[in-house]
Ligand binder design. Structure first.
Ligand SMILES: [Zn+2]
Ligand SMILES: [Zn+2]
Length: 230
């Protein structure tokens, strides 16, 4: 079946994400847009994923747990998972190497952790848009080891993309899929996402993936197939 997706959406937990991008608002906007599956991918954290996944479950939207990792070189890599436990283990791992700088909400914005009723249950104190300390050459293998898929984010952008930072796409880094809004010279399958920081930027039902079932398992299997893993 064809499933319309947007695998790169920020919530109010990203300092640069709008405070209206709550778990319920994101899920509802994705449904209004006609999407079947989204991934919530905040900078270096997945702490709003449980709430978004619960809201998605109630409303018939598949929500994959994810994060947008910042590597040691300041390259952004989308890390997609099937299960929240795997993402949580990955987050605990990068916690040890992540740069510790206190967030200054008045400059960078608040970093709100919410429950499935959009109530604030916590606020991340360390700034999330900093280096995770993980070198780019280790990302694909490490994320795979935690059960996830690492996808270089927005490779066509001038900032924080693998091409912008390293100068060219290095196939030796082990990535099997890229995220790119436009046609690219990179000879790998690609996904197209919104990188929405505001609700209205969430993708329309334009890009789809062929999956066996409309479930996290089905979508993740479809992504693995895109990566050449059966
Ligand atoms: Zn990014
Ligand atoms: Zn992003």
């Amino acid at each position: 079946m064809k499933l319309f997706y947007d695998f790169h959406i920020h919530s109010c937990l990203s300092p640069c994400g709008d405070e209206d991008s709550t778990p319920n608002n994101i899920v509802n906007m994705a449904l209004v847009k006609g999407l079947n599956v989204i991934a919530l991918s905040d900078h270096n954290t997945g702490k709003n994923c449980p709430a978004a996944m619960a809201v998605g479950k109630k409303n018939g939207l598949v929500v994959l747990p994810a994060m947008e990792l910042t590597t040691a070189e300041d390259v952004h890599v989308l890390c997609l998972f099937e299960k929240y436990e795997d993402l949580a283990a990955w987050e605990a791992y990068i916690q040890k190497t992540r740069l510790r700088v206190k967030n200054r909400p008045e400059i960078f914005g608040r970093q709100l952790i919410m429950n499935e009723n959009d109530e604030i249950v916590g606020e991340e104190e360390d700034l999330l848009i900093v280096s995770s300390g993980i070198p780019i050459e280790r990302v694909a293998g490490l994320v795979h080891g935690f059960g996830g898929i690492a996808v270089p984010a927005h490779v066509d952008k001038a900032a924080n993309s693998v091409i912008a930072v390293l100068g060219a796409f290095d196939y030796g880094l082990g990535f099997r899929l890229v995220e790119c809004a436009h046609e690219t010279d990179v000879a790998l399958p690609r996904i197209v996402d919104s990188d929405a920081h505001y609700l209205w930027d969430i993708s329309e039902a334009e890009h789809w993936i062929e999956a066996e079932t409309c479930s996290a398992r089905g979508v993740f299997a479809a992504l693995k197939k895109l990566c050449g893993e059966e």
